[in-house]
Design a protein around this ligand. Structure first.
Ligand code: NDP
Length: 480
């Protein structure tokens, strides 16, 4: 058809034949000057980038955060500046352990990563569908992830590795209980809650800091598969979550989450029964009630999955004035390691890719490197260092954060000392009705299939510490 666009090489040269390679004679051999053929093959070889070491399988969409309640007494962040304020955002959900081609309906934590394109740069909240995590000290982060990935010799996932690690890491009990409960196998990501999980801080216009946790409660309700239902779902399709999320948005059924914060003052943090910065603990709602913030809606599918979901790079290092970090040891490590993962995976200047690029002005002095594909940040090319006499961008002291107190000597403190790892899993276990408990026991029993006795016994002793009925239920499921 005449209105079709001209096919070109990557340098824009028109292509006359995209069906037949250039050969010496009809039967070949091929001629090396057929640059279009070489370009096609070279691009094919480069179509994949390293997949994420964790959270490789993902599903994403664009949307908005709309503020419905005034929380400016806690935070001066422009994203919260007034009721009715709308901020564009992009979400990426994921499983943790599976590779990029893994089936969606797997029992696993779901990543819940959000990037808000605020007026003062990007704010990323890189959370999960669980309010807690398996480990509290970043020293154990790579070890934990190794237990979720493939065995070096068999190249199979190893239940033995998982339970070996968990049974020697009692701080994992809270998260393991959530993972093995109904909510550990959601049907899709519209029907899950999201949690910032870490403790963050909010800073108001007076420079006062409070500690904070973020919650995203699904308006769609919770939906999960039993292990058996998931097996049936995977037998029919490995892409159930992608089909659900993409399909819902495509037909205008936009998923929404109610956004809340919990707030803790510095004084409260000093008398809280646990370390408020321990990511294996929640803050009980009765003591730290949910405060309404707004509504998040996903309403636009990506036009190009690779460019807008695979290239989306989330990092808790991205904070904005009025929102900041806390001493949480896992958060502190993730502030480094997530940005570093993207520098490795996508390249030095990954934040200038369209999906990651802030909608507000960016001015910095980082210079060259691979994929330096953007112009100078400011009009004057003489201003490429700081301080300079050529009107380059400068700091603004109003953005210096207020101090927060720290105490103690520099030391490798034993994070398992004086730490009750069972009281909160017990509260969760007591929330479950009889049916939920039975499914919990059954899920654990199946997940322990083939695990050596010594490891099973060590883990059973931990379940007993949560509640003797928990240990007894799993023993029964194991036929012991
Ligand atoms: P609450 O009764 O006030 O809160 C219970 C929380 O548990 C709600 O957020 C609820 O989420 C969630 N919940 C309900 N059923 C399940 C389930 N089957 N699996 C996982 N979560 C569920 O009690 P507390 O605040 O005192 O917390 C008690 C326990 O609840 C905690 O030890 C923790 O395990 C769990 N929890 C607590 C959260 C918190 O931030 N305080 C957050 C999530 C879980 P929903 O309203 O969406 O159903």
């Amino acid at each position: 058809m005449s209105d079709k666009k001209q096919l070109t090489t990557t340098s824009g040269n028109p292509i006359g034949d995209n069906q037949n390679s250039l050969s010496a004679g009809a039967r070949g051999p091929l001629m090396v000057q057929d640059y279009q053929l070489i370009e096609k093959l070279a691009h094919q070889n480069r179509e994949r980038i390293p997949e994420r070491a964790v959270h490789a399988k993902g599903w994403g969409a664009f949307g908005t955060l709309t503020i419905t309640n005034d929380i400016t007494q806690y935070s001066k962040a422009k994203v919260f500046s007034e009721v009715g304020k709308k901020t564009d955002m992009v979400a990426r959900f994921s499983t943790v352990a599976g590779e990029a081609g893994a089936a969606d309906a797997e029992r696993d934590v779901r990543g819940f990563s959000l990037k808000f394109y605020t007026d003062e740069g990007n704010w990323d909240l890189v959370g999960n569908n669980t309010p807690v995590f398996f480990v509290r000290d970043a020293y154990k982060f790579p070890d934990f992830i190794h237990t979720q990935k493939r065995h070096p010799k068999t190249n199979l996932r190893s239940s033995t590795a998982k339970w070996d690690f968990w049974s020697q890491s009692p701080e994992s009990m809270h998260q393991v209980t959530i993972l093995m409960s109904d909510r550990g196998l959601p049907t899709d990501v519209r029907h899950i809650n999201g949690y910032g999980s870490h403790t963050y801080s909010l800073i108001n216009a007076e420079g006062e800091r409070v500690w904070c946790k973020f919650h995203f409660k699904t308006q769609q309700g919770h939906k999960h598969y039993t292990d058996e239902e998931a097996e049936q779902a995977i037998a029919k399709s490995r892409e159930t979550t992608q089909e659900d999320l993409f399909g819902a948005i495509e037909k205008g059924d936009f998923p929404k989450w109610n956004v809340f914060i919990q707030v803790m003052t510095q004084v409260q943090s000093e008398t809280f029964e646990h370390d408020p910065f321990d990511i294996t603990k929640v803050w009980p709602h009765a003591d730290y009630p949910l405060i309404e913030v707004g509504v998040m809606e996903l309403n636009r599918n990506p036009q190009n999955y690779f460019a807008e979901v695979e290239n989306a790079a989330y990092s808790p290092s991205n904070i904005v004035p009025g929102i900041s970090w806390s001493p949480d040891k896992m958060l502190q490590a993730r502030v480094f390691s997530y940005a570093d993962a993207h520098r490795y995976r996508l390249g030095t200047h990954y934040e200038h890719l369209p999906v990651n690029r802030p909608k507000s002005q960016v001015n910095h002095y980082h210079k060259d490197g691979s994929m330096r594909f953007f112009d100078n940040f400011h009009e004057n090319p003489d201003a490429y260092y700081e301080p300079n006499s050529f009107n380059g961008p400068v700091e603004d002291k109003q953005y210096v954060e207020p101090p927060f107190p720290v105490t103690g000597d520099g030391y490798r403190y034993n994070h398992r000392e004086n730490n009750d790892d069972f009281v909160q899993p017990r509260a969760l276990f007591n929330l479950f009705d009889d049916g939920q408990k039975e499914r919990l026991f059954g899920n654990i029993g199946r997940a322990m299939d083939g695990v050596p006795d010594e490891i099973v016994e060590r883990q059973l002793a931990l379940f007993d510490k949560v509640d003797p009925a928990y240990g007894a239920g799993v023993r029964k499921a194991l036929g012991r």
